[in-house]
Ligand binder design. Structure first.
Ligand code: ATP
Ligand code: MG
Length: 569
């Protein structure tokens, strides 16, 4: 492919509205273009990278015994009503009515459709196990689409669904997918970790997220330095604290704290450390206000609060809204006599006494005890784990890293098959519900995540297996001999099966080098002055800038070898 004939609309300037590296670089390199919020066109090079990921995904899914199909994107609402998700899914599900007034939606995921296929077409235990997958465009009307392909409204996903006769068989299917996912992300050349996505609540080991490690990741993962525990912090259970030795505190005391509203200033004023102060944070949970009690030095883990309350939406309530409901100015809110629903982190329950807001402007209370003085409807693990907590599995010490979720595998059990009455006939003639699993990979997000993990100031550094092209060939200068040699080398590279972008443009060397770096093509081959002088070309590796002078034929052989080595991971 000749650069002069390639649609690669690179940009010189950084696009103004791109907040993260992958978004910025994909726009600049001419890989994607935004159509509207969260919806992008994939231009040829962007698509080429996506196709590489898809190819690896397909090979590994097939190898694991899954079979590809393709389901419709438009889905009838009644299927979603059957599963009970038409109400539950919330506004991420884009709903519309067709010309016959039939309610429909755009598929954000396909459990309903696949379960419908299974109940109509899988009849006997002899038909099982089955694992079916597709690579398809999904639509989720994300509240805040952002970061380019990282969180789009329209995006490409590989989703697979397994059907088994019982739990034990479903676990085998699950482990196969776990292994396949490890191969997929290894083959993509990514540094990743499989982490528990649900530790404890339903047994622990049957939901994993695959995280690409990158400083810019939206997720934080926590891992143990001693055992193999690793989890999304959203789900990492904090070990319950040992209750205080002396559970009966002295009488409550009202203390003046004029103008002190923040944890730090209240503590400084009272001469206490933040672990002695309990903060009262008010959330809007669906349509109710709920106060969450937490030690002053801790952070709320909103996912835990959401799960505890069983709500779909959770967000911090605004100051005015809180004042309207309680009559208390922010900063002085506290759990004693509070007129809101109240839940407490387990750590607060284990404190014999603490300081808290007095529900009165300019006052706090000392010697508050949760059981004695407050009416909490629940005590639970509601805070975010920290590196100073012990490992939830073994008590060892923890580390943390930022990650991007690129895949998620989940043992579903019989939830969908029961709701939608999807059964098969068992060995003993009985009708049983399918035991299901589902397995997603954000194909377009993988490309963005790869860039987040692999880039430098000059541009993208693609891992070989997912690079849109593996070699960029530059001809420098107007010299006849150079042009002829570059043309020849181009033909040799093509003949060797190497995917090469030939920069034959009549441009300055500096600009060609810049573009080559921006595009992130793993190997750059330059035919220039040294060819005229010594008959050699230069191979330079994008990742570390290492370069080598070689005769053209040797260059082809070396490239072939190096590329193959990286594809065979
Ligand atoms: P997230 O927590 O990031 O919203 P999710 O839990 O909603 O992800 P799943 O429903 O498990 O995601 O979807 C499977 C995979 O699809 C995810 O692991 C992720 O890689 C990808 N994905 C999900 N939402 C998006 C999106 N809005 N844009 C791009 N990829 C996405
Ligand atoms: Mg989501």
């Amino acid at each position: 492919m000749r650069y002069s004939q390639t649609f690669l609309p690179t940009l010189k300037e950084n696009p103004a509205d791109a907040e993260v590296v992958s978004h910025r670089l994909m726009l600049r390199a001419g890989f994607i273009r935004k159509l509207t919020a969260g919806i992008y066109s994939y231009l040829p090079f962007g698509l080429a990278a996506i196709r590489k990921v898809e190819q690896i995904v397909r090979e590994e899914m097939d190898r694991a015994g899954a079979q590809e199909l393709l389901m419709p994107m438009v889905q009838p609402a009644d299927l979603w009503q059957e599963s009970g998700r038409y109400e539950k899914y919330g506004p991420e599900l884009l709903r519309f009515v067709d010309r016959h007034q039939r309610e429909s939606c755009l598929g954000p995921t396909h459990e309903e459709v696949i379960t419908d296929i299974a109940r109509k077409s899988l009849h006997s235990y002899r038909d099982l196990p089955v694992n079916l997958y597709q690579v398809q465009t999904k639509f989720r009307d994300e509240v805040r689409p952002r970061f380019g392909l990282m969180r789009g409204r329209e995006f490409i996903m590989k989703d697979a669904y397994s059907f088994d006769v019982d739990d034990a068989a479903a676990e085998v299917s699950y482990m196969k997918m776990h292994a396949a996912y490890k191969r997929i992300f290894t083959r993509c050349g990514l540094d990743f970790r499989a982490v528990q996505a649900d530790s404890g609540a339903i047994g622990g080991s049957f939901s994993h997220e695959f995280m690409v490690l990158a400083a810019t990741g939206e997720d934080t993962i926590v891992y143990c330095r001693q055992c193999d525990y690793a989890a999304n912090t959203e789900k990492a259970l904090v070990r319950a604290p040992i209750p205080a030795a002396n559970p009966v505190p002295a009488e409550m005391v009202r203390l003046e704290t004029p103008g002190k509203r923040k944890v730090a200033t209240v503590c400084a004023h009272l001469g206490i450390t933040p672990d002695r102060l309990v903060k009262t944070m008010v959330y809007r949970a669906d349509d109710q206000l709920v106060a969450v009690l937490l030690r002053g030095d801790r952070e709320v883990e909103e996912v835990k609060v959401k799960n505890l309350l069983g709500v779909a939406d959770l967000a911090l309530a605004g100051e005015e809204e809180v004042f309207a409901a309680t009559g208390v100015a922010t900063g002085y809110l506290g759990p004693v006599g509070l007129s809101l629903r109240l839940v407490a982190d387990q750590e607060v329950a284990a404190m014999d006494s603490f300081h808290a807001g007095a529900n009165e402007k300019n006052f706090h209370l000392a010697n508050v005890n949760l059981a004695r003085d407050c009416r909490a409807e629940a005590v639970a693990d509601l805070r975010r784990i920290t590196v100073d907590d012990p490992c939830p599995a073994c008590g060892g010490s923890l580390g943390m890293a930022e990650g991007i979720e690129v895949g998620h595998i989940f043992k579903l059990g019989t939830g969908y098959s029961q709701a939608m009455n999807a059964t098969f006939q068992d060995r003993d003639g009985q009708q049983r519900h399918f035991v299901m699993g589902c397995y997603g990979i954000g194909v377009s997000r993988v490309v963005a995540a790869a860039i987040e993990q692999n880039h430098d100031d000059d541009g993208i550094i693609f891992p070989v297996p997912i690079a849109p092209r593996t070699v960029i060939l530059l001809a420098l200068g107007q010299d006849e001999g150079i042009a002829t040699a570059a043309d020849e080398l181009y033909q040799q590279l093509l003949a060797a099966g190497i995917e090469v972008l030939y920069d034959d443009r009549d441009e300055r060397p500096g600009l060609k080098f810049k573009d080559a770096d921006l595009l992130g093509i793993p190997y750059r081959v330059t035919v220039g002055k040294n060819f005229t002088a010594r008959g050699t070309v230069e191979i330079r590796r994008r990742r570390d800038g290492q370069s080598q002078e070689l005769a053209p034929a040797e260059a082809v052989a070396l490239l072939q070898q190096s590329i193959q080595a990286e594809l065979n991971r």
